[in-house]
Design a protein. Sequence first.
Length: 95
Amino acid sequence: MKLSTVRKLITAGFTICILVSIIGIFGGAGDPVLSNYMLTAAVVFFLITVGIIMKWARCPWCGGSLMRKFFSLKVCPHCHRDLETGKKKKGKGGR
Ligand SMILES: [Zn+2]
């Protein structure tokens, strides 16, 4: 899976998770059954998203974990390759 796709999936996963929680808390205020369903769904979406992070939030070139700063990283901190193109960083610091 492409890293850009993974980023979109994780963003969508967390957004859905938060939205469902909000619906569960506010929309389910007078309806404990709905509230329970929504909070369960939120937990499920959260676990799916965490699973995606565990499985795919890593460098496509060396397999190193990119969990930290996943959304701002452009170059792998382990092998220093560009995460999109796989090219080694040139110029300063690119020894
Ligand atoms: Zn790497």
